[in-house]
Design a protein around this ligand. Structure first.
Ligand SMILES: O=C(O)CCC(=O)C(=O)O
Length: 329
């Protein structure tokens, strides 16, 4: 079964990296360490892909941890039962669309937060001082839905628009199996567009951004091999379509980062917690991955736990603030 699970991974990643900063012939695809050309591309377009980021060994470790978390033998991932011993690895993986905060339970995913390729890119496109606050492990078996148009700052609001995703491809990601699609340059408006329920079974329970001045002809697929990393700005409009391959998975580990200079007003304090006011609201369940944390004196704390994201297959009632939504028939 392991062979089947690794079937669509492209693991030819031990070849020497291209010279620093050089890019492939496709626009937006670079090797690391990156140079000014890549930074300029990112500023203009709101995304870039690093093709030579993870080694085969790093990928294999994350694959094996993905399986461990999906089997959930110790029940630490909320929202999915421990897999019975008789359940195949493939079946265990197929149960889960995505696990939020896997770095809380996996050392290799925690290590992936400050992978040198990520530090290289983020210290050039965000700030010398960078912190991480979130990870998501998409497993996306054949037949699973995508995520409708959205901007990540809808969900993780920074105060200086510095939110950046690092989308680590664990399998080859193609149009067929549900790669990322982006609208280049859409981050530049600096506007968070309205969101509404889409009712479309192609997508999971998250809302869809609407009212922006782009159409489908403006979107481009970001197809990458396993081990590549796609970086994208928190204001960039992006989505993914369902995995339409007949078999296999489209796995990706997505980490989120921001400047350490900005507070992160992500969670309201509970009634009995001291509160200095909105301007000082700061989520401190963070990992500093580069430079200095100007707010280190505030300490850090554990606020998030690994849990499964609803795929929509069992309905979306508990998502979007408990708002009841249903799919169009
Ligand atoms: O990987 C996917 O299918 C969607 C990921 C995404 O939209 C995100 O990380 O914001």
């Amino acid at each position: 079964m392991i062979i089947d699970i690794y079937m669509n991974a492209t693991l030819a990643l031990t070849s020497p990296a291209q010279s620093p900063g050089s890019s492939e012939s496709r626009p937006g695809y670079f090797s690391w360490p990156i140079g000014p050309e890549a930074v300029e591309f990112y500023r203009e377009n709101g995304f870039l892909a690093i093709t030579n980021a993870l080694t085969r060994q790093e990928l294999e470790e994350i694959h094996s941890e993905t399986l461990r978390l999906s089997r959930n033998a110790d029940g630490q991932v909320k929202g999915v039962d421990p897999a019975p011993p008789a359940m195949s690895d493939e079946e265990a993986l197929k149960r889960v669309l995505c696990i939020h905060f896997p770095h809380k339970l996996s050392d290799s995913m925690l290590r992936a937060l400050d992978h040198p390729a990520i530090v290289d890119v983020l210290t050039q496109v965000i700030s010398p001082n960078v912190k991480a606050m979130q990870s998501m492990l998409f497993i996306k078996a054949a037949g699973k839905p995508g995520q409708a148009w959205h901007q990540d700052e809808d969900y993780i609001p920074t105060r200086d628009r510095s939110l950046t995703g690092a989308w680590i491809a664990l399998d080859k990601a193609t149009v067929e199996n549900g790669c990322l699609w982006v609208i280049p340059g859409s981050h530049k408006h600096g506007i968070l567009w309205d969101q509404q329920w889409h009712g479309d079974r192609k997508f999971d329970c998250a809302l869809e951004s609407v009212g922006f001045p782009y159409s489908e002809k403006d979107e481009v697929p970001v197809e990458v091999g396993a081990g590549a990393i796609v970086f994208f700005n928190g204001y960039l409009l992006h989505r993914s379509l369902p995995n339409r391959a007949r078999t296999g998975f489209r796995r990706a580990l997505v980490n989120h980062y921001m400047s350490a200079e900005s507070f992160l007003p992500w969670r309201r304090p509970k009634d009995d917690e001291p509160f200095e006011g909105m301007a000082k609201l700061d989520f401190r369940d963070i990992v500093l991955i580069a430079g200095k944390d100007p707010y280190a004196h505030r300490g850090t704390c554990a606020l998030s736990n690994a849990h499964v994201r609803p795929s929509g297959e069992g309905g979306c009632t508990s998502w979007n603030g408990g708002r009841k939504v249903s799919y169009n028939e």
